[in-house]
Design a protein around this ligand. Structure first.
Ligand code: NAG
Ligand code: NAG
Length: 390
């Protein structure tokens, strides 16, 4: 079996694995995807009109390019990260790109790991200044009474799985780099992760039980979708859970011993087998709305599936999850093979496309099944190029 490693995401999160040794004559899917994204000018800190833009999708591509750079040493990837980040950070470290601290949105902070990385690499103060700005946002970011960051100021009292990924991976890396002995900061990060699980996990006995996490919760229970008990939303959305599981395995790389690490390990150890078991038996990939498998309008969704493959393989590879019978790696491998066979699209110009990715999923409205699974939504079959130019 080929060794699977190094999952990369770009744009809304297309994921690609390096299947080493399988195709010695060609480049890896990861390199192909990276080159395709760069040729399309994606993830470069610019919007479609060429104006500076701070955007989590760009942070995501930069993260992926960094992994690929570390793996291959190919300078092209590093240069692309640097020029993209330079499009949103001025020489004095001011963060531009329409970022506004007072929006109190966690999404833009996903570009923060790029700033921290570039500071490590260059020691140029501007990257530290930019990262400090994001950290300042977190210091005054509104929270629930349990200490959870609101997903955005416009979504008061709401914790979303997505936000744990967008905010806390940056937060953890910042603390590691500049305040590694700050016990209360580590405790804060672990608490946010653990609280999110506590408030959104499915409990046995509910309809469509799979033991996974609903998309989010409203601590004030005022949202139309908030359940009477914990205020959670009604469905398990694969990509939100994917963001969250990626946050778990990425934060585990950062958390020191004695920081509450065991709590985070416990969560990934609980979720990994449940995610394995929630895969569609025939294809091995995951439904968009995991609580409604097979329902009309639901479909096998590629970004969330890729995130699960990343999280599962990384969790086992790093020893965060023990895979005694090999079933987790087998499940992830099966999904990976389906992904590359069915969702990778060779474009006529030689670039790679990536299909079946849902455009957005939000709790801004009713948060119910109809929001996510609309068979007529053209974006679900859109090419990666179209999706990420949004
Ligand atoms: C580095 O990556 C770029 C972009 O994909 C590619 O054109 C180039 O051939 C790569 N260089 C090497 C030495 O592989
Ligand atoms: C420690 O972390 C907390 C929470 O992030 C922060 O409020 C505090 O300022 C930090 N203390 C130091 C000395 O950096």
């Amino acid at each position: 079996m080929p060794r699977l490693s190094s999952l990369l995401f770009g744009g809304i999160a297309c994921a690609l694995l390096v299947a080493e040794g399988v195709m010695a004559q060609t480049r890896s899917y990861a390199a192909w995807a990276a080159e395709s994204a760069m040729r399309r000018g994606q993830g470069k800190g610019l919007d479609a009109s060429g104006n500076s833009l701070v955007n989590y999708e760009h942070g995501e591509l930069q993260w992926a390019l960094r992994l690929l750079y570390e793996r291959t040493g190919n300078q092209t990837y590093y240069d692309y990260i640097l020029s993209g980040a330079s499009n949103v950070v001025a020489d004095d470290g001011t963060v531009g790109g329409r970022y506004s601290l007072s929006d109190y949105s966690l999404d833009p902070l996903r570009t923060g790991p790029t700033f921290l990385y570039l500071y490590q690499q260059t020691k140029d103060q501007k990257w530290k200044t930019a990262a400090d700005t994001f950290k300042k946002q977190l210091e005054t970011h509104p929270r629930t009474a349990q200490g959870q960051f609101w997903h955005k100021k416009i979504y008061p009292y709401q914790g979303w799985l997505d936000g744990v990924y967008m905010g806390d991976v940056f937060y953890a890396q910042y603390v590691k780099d500049f305040q590694s002995t700050n016990v209360s900061a580590w405790g804060d990060i672990v608490n946010q992760i653990a609280n999110m699980a506590l408030m959104s996990i499915q409990v046995p006995g509910v309809q469509n039980y799979n033991g996974l996490l609903y998309h989010g919760y409203d601590y004030s229970k005022k949202a139309v979708w908030a359940a009477p008990d914990r205020g959670h939303s009604p469905e398990v959305w694969n990509r939100a859970l994917g963001w969250y599981t990626m946050a778990l395995v990425d934060v585990l790389d950062i958390l020191p011993d004695g920081s509450g690490r065991l709590q985070v390990l416990n969560i990934i150890q609980t979720l990994a087998p449940r995610i394995r078991d929630a895969a569609d038996k025939a294809t091995g990939v995951w439904w968009l709305v995991m609580t409604q498998p097979g329902r009309e309008g639901n479909y096998f969704e590629s970004s969330g599936s890729a995130m699960f493959v990343y999280s599962l393989l990384k969790a086992v590879r790093k020893g965060y999850v023990a895979d005694y019978d090999g079933s987790i790696v087998r499940a992830a491998t099966k999904a990976y093979n389906y992904m590359t066979a069915n969702w990778v699209i060779p474009n006529p110009d030689g670039t790679m496309g990536w299909t079946n990715t849902v455009m957005v999923g939000s709790l801004s409205g009713t948060g119910d099944y109809q929001v996510f699974a609309q068979p007529s939504t053209p974006t679900k079959r859109a090419n990666l190029a179209a999706i990420t130019s949004k």
